[in-house]
Ligand binder design. Sequence first.
Ligand SMILES: NC(=O)c1ccc[n+]([C@@H]2O[C@H](COP(=O)([O-])OP(=O)(O)OC[C@H]3O[C@@H](n4cnc5c(N)ncnc54)[C@H](O)[C@@H]3O)[C@@H](O)[C@H]2O)c1
Ligand SMILES: [Zn+2]
Length: 352
Amino acid sequence: MSTIRSAGYNIVIGNDSIASLNKFLALKKYSTHFILCDENTFRDCLPELLYHCDYLHEAQLLEVESGEQSKNLNVCVDLWKSLTESEADRKAVLINLGGGTISDLGGFVASLYKRGIDFVNVPTTLLAMADASVGGKTGIDFEGLKNHIGTITQPAAVFVNPKFLDTLPQREVLAGLAEIIKAGLIADKKLFASVTRLKALSRQKADQIISASVQIKNKIVSKDPLEKNIRKALNFGHTIGHALESFALSTQQPLLHGEAVAFGMLSESFISLEQKLITKTEFLQIEKCIRKFYSGIQLPPPDNDRLLQLMRHDKKNQDETINFTLLDGIGKFKINCAVTDELIISALRKIQ
Ligand SMILES: NC(=O)c1ccc[n+]([C@@H]2O[C@H](COP(=O)([O-])OP(=O)(O)OC[C@H]3O[C@@H](n4cnc5c(N)ncnc54)[C@H](O)[C@@H]3O)[C@@H](O)[C@H]2O)c1
Ligand SMILES: [Zn+2]
């Protein structure tokens, strides 16, 4: 088991991490414990959590429907009503048991209820373990725009138990791998190479790549929690990725966040190549890796105008130019790169 210290909180990773959560709750003496889950984490993860955590036996359960569509304001209102009806006070805690949808939503709800109560993330998807559960970004989608309303509020603690991955569908495992590939591409050449070689995800391998990814994210976020500069590195693949994801949300072919990011990384790597920031060989390595894991994913029919419009809404933009985080060789990044619409369209063609 390992513990990574972040901005005022701990990230505990390993098979005994739920026992650590129990100790953490004993020390904190919260007034009431609430657990937020969806129907899948209720079925597959809650029994394991309760088995190892006496402090949660009397916890109150809050359940939302699984999937991105729960990251919306109406669901928040329902959760705030439930907390109010249960008379949750400022010493209550919300345990987010689930993937990035649950930690984004639960973190957001907790960060505003009575001006902020503690929340603890217990991630159950690879994506949430390696990325979404740390760093403090919370939020919901609004008017068809991803993460349009949100806060930056750090969790009180994060407990990562890779055992939860045993029940996670393979498509979700692969989606989570995308954020780990991203961490490797922006900051750790060896991590990228090791994910590229991956055939199956053993428990030991999962521990290793989750820890590597969390350390990268944590290091970047600790230096720039409010995304004034280098935190933008974590947006690699996300300018095009978020546009693809938002666009797909309105079609019959929704994409998982990680899948959208995977294709976003491929097209943004193409932009990096065109801007002479990476070599052709590096680009081909990245393309091979993305095609290896995501060739079965079908993207919605292309609508480049709509995708460009969605990118303009993205938080990375100043004025009218669309700014990207690009690769500067594998394992390094360059933020605030202005890219013309023509080049973005060529990059979109690369994935269509
Ligand atoms: N805040 C951040 O820094 C950050 C970073 C990356 C992504 N995100 C957000 O995370 C969200 C995506 O998160 P996700 O990919 O974890 O998706 P998710 O939370 O929607 O979970 C994916 C699916 O897996 C199910 N599931 C979860 N754990 C399971 C388990 N152990 N066994 C069986 N089924 C399980 C869920 O019910 C759901 O159906 C997106 O909304 C994205 O914007 C946030
Ligand atoms: Zn992401």
